[in-house]
Design a protein around this ligand. Structure first.
Ligand SMILES: [Zn+2]
Length: 107
């Protein structure tokens, strides 16, 4: 569920466009966390194995659309030049945001 904002930021997708991008990345990933380090292992030991629910009220209980580059300069979608991956809560929130780890892009 994506909460609508009153005004879009520069280059920001509409809520429908964001939902489409989210669905596309989720389907491409098969709903599984794609966040891995150089060693091929998940970014966090709390990694969620298997298919992660796409949506939910609690961010610790659903998957995340992960932007590899920050959204202001690199924008919101892959069509605009960003790189997006599907991530589980632990790898995204702890691995990327708390520990500052950068996932490798799957080939
Ligand atoms: Zn993970």
């Amino acid at each position: 569920m994506i909460r609508p904002r009153s005004k879009l930021r520069r280059g920001e997708l509409t809520p429908d466009q964001k939902e489409a991008e989210r669905n596309r990345v989720y389907a491409r990933a098969g709903g599984m966390c794609e966040l891995r380090g150089e060693d091929g292992l998940p970014l966090d030991k709390g990694h969620w194995p298997g298919v992660i629910p796409k949506d939910g009220d609690d961010p610790w209980n659903h998957g995340h659309l992960v932007h590899l580059h920050s959204k202001r300069p690199a924008f919101w979608s892959e069509a605009q030049g960003n790189v997006l991956l599907w991530g589980c809560p632990a790898c995204h929130l702890i691995g990327c945001h708390q520990r500052g780890l950068k996932p490798v892009v799957p080939q």
